[in-house]
Structures are given as structure tokens and as C-alpha cells.
Design a protein around this ligand. Sequence first.
Ligand code: SAM
Length: 292
Amino acid sequence: MTSSLRSLIGDSNRYLKALSLFKERTTCYQNTYDFIDNQLPDIMASNLKGKSHLNIIGVGSGSGEIDIRILSMLRLKYPLMSVDNEVVEPNPQQIHDYKDLVFETPGLDFTNFTWNEMTAEDFEDQWKEKNLTKKADLIHMFQVLYFVNDPGATISFFHSLLNENGKLLIVLLSGSSGAGKMVGILSKKFSDTEIKYLTSTEVRRVLDTKGLKYQSYPLSSLMDATECFIEGNEEGELLFDFTTEVHQFKKSVPPKLKAEIMEFYRNQCCSVDENGKILFNLDSEIIVVDQM
Ligand SMILES: C[S@@+](CC[C@H](N)C(=O)[O-])C[C@H]1O[C@@H](n2cnc3c(N)ncnc32)[C@H](O)[C@@H]1O
């Protein structure tokens, strides 16, 4: 019954609409910026000591808000540093918006941007074909590993590009968050579909198996999901699609299963009701993997 369900990311227009709405309705971005401004400088201190140049790779950077925040933080803390910033992002509209953001943001001339309009997997193939040996001091993947074919292989490849003391930042839904619990259920219900789910629990397992050293930092996040429960509300449907990763969730999932999942979504293990507002919990984890 569910085998014909499609993944939201396969419909680029709808995905970008949903992502942009999600950005407005969530505390995730503000909390990520707070992490970048207040915790990342200490995490990177040993990495940056004595350096005047830094190589960064952003994987699945989207329209670049988080990347630019990192660059602005570095500029503030290390005013004499120059940066090479490789952007790996397959969506042309996202790259276009990122370039606009660079154009609009003053003071980025210490950074040289290289645009790789491709998936992480194609970037890896290209890197290997060209026998490149460049190393990176910081590689980040904010909310992107969900979409790669083989997260373990992608982690191994990008980890192999780190310089001594380099850091790989992986940011993903926490397995114990409301959304994490929900995708645990969805992955069982939709195991016969093209939609794949991932949380920090699986990524930790991969890192442990590979014997990689890492630290983890919590990233709290809530999304106002009230509209998701208003019948026929288009914005609510987009947010529901975004958080379940299912294209046209409400129209595509069989009614009984849809009711069951919607009930779970607003249940107290996933959401809190704050004076009639339904706040869906999307707490994430920032996993900082060391080079050694
Ligand atoms: C949830 S968005 C996150 C964007 C950005 N990192 C942020 O946090 O705002 C996921 C991004 O991953 C990109 N993406 C999808 N599949 C990918 C792949 N296989 N390799 C690299 N990026 C991918 C999408 O185009 C999208 O921009």
C-alpha cells in the first residue's frame, strides 16, 4: 500500500518551499547560530592555533546561511585568516541563493569560494578521479546525511580529507527527539519505499564501528506545527511533508495509517501543547569527529 510513496526531496520545487517555511517556523537555525558563535570557537581553537589559512568544505550547504555564519565567526575571532571554502550542493537554486547571500554579505573578501554543484557522492568520485591531495581543516554537514546513499561511506571519505587536528561536524536529528522517535516508526512503516530515514543514533553506531573519536553537543529545536493539524492548510501540509520526508504525505498515505501517524506526531512524546500551539520537537545532535 505504501510502496508508491515518494520522497519529498525528489520534487525540488516543493522541497525548497517546505525548507524555506521550515526555516521560518523553527528555532533550529537560531540555536545553530548560537552554537557557532559561542561553542564552535573553543572546539576549533586547537585546530586554528598558529594558522593564517584555513580550508573548509561545506557538504549540502543549501542556501549558505550556516556557512556564512561560520565564516563571519572566523573573521571576528581571526581577522588575519584567509579561507578557501568549497561548497558541495547539488541543487542549482540553492547554489544560486547562496551566491546571492555571498554578494549581499559585506566583508567576505577573505574567503575564496569554489562552487561544486553536485552531490557528495559525485564530489567524492571527482576528487578520486583527479587524485586530489588537498586537506581540509573543517568539514561540515548540517542536516544533510539523510540524503546520501551510504552515510558510512560518505563519512569515511570526508573524514579521510581532514588535516591533522581537523574537525568533521555532522548535524542530524537526535534519535531520542520527538522527530527521531517518529522517524523510527516511519522507517518501519515505509520500509518498502524509496524514503530512507537516519538519526544520530545510527551515525554514532557507524562512528563507533569505524573507531572514530568524537564529541557530541545537543542542539535543541522546536517547530510550530499547529497548522499541520488544520485540515486543508497548505503550509501545514508542506511542514508535514518536510518533517516526515514524504511527498504529499496527507494525500498519499492510506487514511488509517495517516491518522495513526498524525496522532503519534502530536502525542506528548513528539510534541508539546503550549496554549493551543503544537510545538514539534526536532532536537538534533552536533557530532564533532576528530581527525585521529
Ligand atoms: C535540509 S537541507 C540543509 C541545508 C543546509 N545545510 C542548512 O542546514 O540550512 C539539505 C541539503 O542537502 C542537499 N543534498 C541533498 N542530497 C545531497 C547529496 N547527496 N549530497 C550533498 N547534498 C545533498 C539538498 O539539496 C539540501 O540543500
